[in-house]
Unconditional design. Structure first.
Length: 407
């Protein structure tokens, strides 16, 4: 089976972003299929290609995956119009590839929602089987966040969402809320499979003797957030909690924010303005380096803005990295992630927009280190039993193979 795979933000483990598509593509190759990955030049990603671009693209084979990287830079710090322009340019270049590249099946993954366009084109113009992966519910999420208010744009996104779901022979959803959101659009549930983000158990693992980052003592509680610093991530909640910790004179708790994003500079400015010396900022890290950092940490932060659509409609990479690292997780919003944390006793849940509860959870963690060891063991056990990436990738390949056979 020749799979034409579209993911604008693709990265290998050398990059600083999620590697779901890399792992899924590797599993396809392992099972004897060929994969052509079409992607853009994502700022946080690394495709493994380093040659020059020719006619706006470069090609090569990395770990058995044929990669076509289009010279269309994208960065999380881009403004709204910059993002829209980058999404549309990639989609239209991808449509051209989808109409010409030899394949037996087309697979496309969001975000953005425009990633579905080459799959739609291949389905109707080439009669190719098409599978669409939904990583976020658009336009539901941007509408609830208030980042898109123009009714015409929201209507157009709704039309594209409907077209993507109806054009796809099968769909993959990453969370229970996404499954429900797709079904509400009239899609037969038999065409939807939930395959959440997974845990890379070999890359991320507990290392009790790992060396702490410079400036962090063994007796201090190291709390790490790893991910984008954007509007959706709601990292002001972390600074609110840090302010409470400072008022409580808890110098034994250090919060490290790792990553980049549109709001990072404003967060840094606020931390400096309020003398929040208990917050440390770090830049992007390759996955291998991040794995080393998480192995030294005591708590991982799963933080999002208080938007109800997030409660069951996200499947955050960082959460699964924390689990694989054997880290207790502090989550500051309700939903399926916090329910898992409570059910498996692998961390803490704090009410949204409650900095005192957030800070008190960290204080409890600092004062009850033996509980952290038990929670960390529970986190790793959950990673191994339910979110083993290799097993989930096998389910993914089965779903695509079934699509090819059926259609």
């Amino acid at each position: 089976m020749k799979v034409l795979y579209f993911h604008q933000h693709f990265s290998t483990p050398s990059g600083s972003t999620g590697i779901r598509s890399y792992q899924m593509a590797r599993k396809l190759v392992e099972r004897g299929h060929s994969v052509t990955m079409v992607c853009g030049a994502y700022g946080a990603g690394q495709t493994g290609l380093d040659g020059p671009y020719r006619f706006g693209r470069r090609e090569g084979v990395v770990d058995g995956i044929r990669i076509i990287e289009i010279a269309l830079p994208y960065d999380n710090a881009l403004g709204f119009l910059g993002r829209v322009f980058a999404f549309l340019r990639f989609a239209f270049r991808s449509i051209w590839i989808a109409l010409r590249e030899p394949c037996d099946l087309v697979f496309a993954t969001s975000t953005p929602l425009t990633a579905a366009l080459p799959g739609i084109a291949a389905r109707w113009l080439r009669k190719k089987p098409f599978v669409f992966e939904v990583r976020d519910l658009w336009p539901e999420l941007p509408r609830e966040m208030g980042v898109i208010k123009n009714p015409v744009i929201l209507w157009a996104m709704g039309v594209l969402e409907w077209a993507a779901y109806r054009s796809a022979h099968r769909l993959v959803a990453l969370s229970p809320g996404m499954v429900g959101g797709i079904a509400r659009r009239g899609v037969d549930s038999r065409r939807i499979m939930m395959i959440p983000n997974g845990c890379d158990l070999d890359l991320f693992s507990p290392e009790p003797e790992a060396e702490r980052p410079a400036g962090v003592g063994q007796d201090q509680l190291l709390v790490v957030y790893s991910g984008t610093h954007g509007i959706a991530n709601g990292l002001d909640a972390v600074l609110d909690a840090a302010s409470v910790l400072r008022q409580h004179h808890r110098q034994d708790i250090v919060i490290m924010l790792v990553g980049e994003g549109k709001l990072k500079r404003s967060l840094q400015a606020r931390a400096q303005r309020e003398s929040l010396s208990n917050v440390v900022f770090r830049g992007l890290m390759p996955k291998s380096e991040l794995a080393g950092l998480l192995s030294t940490a005591d708590v991982g932060l799963q933080v999002l803005s208080n938007v109800p659509a997030f409660y069951f409609g996200t499947s955050p990479n960082k959460f699964f990295d924390y689990l694989a690292s054997g880290l207790p997780v502090l989550c500051n919003y309700p939903g399926w992630v916090s329910e898992m944390i409570d059910k498996h006793s692998c961390g803490f849940s704090a009410a949204p927009e409650d900095p005192v509860a957030f800070a008190e959870a960290l204080e409890y963690a600092a004062d009850h280190r033996s509980d952290l060891k038990r929670m960390g063991a529970g986190a790793r056990q959950l990673a191994e039993s339910e979110f083993n990436r290799d097993e989930l990738a096998g389910q993914f390949v089965d779903w695509l193979e079934g699509t090819c056979r059926e259609y």
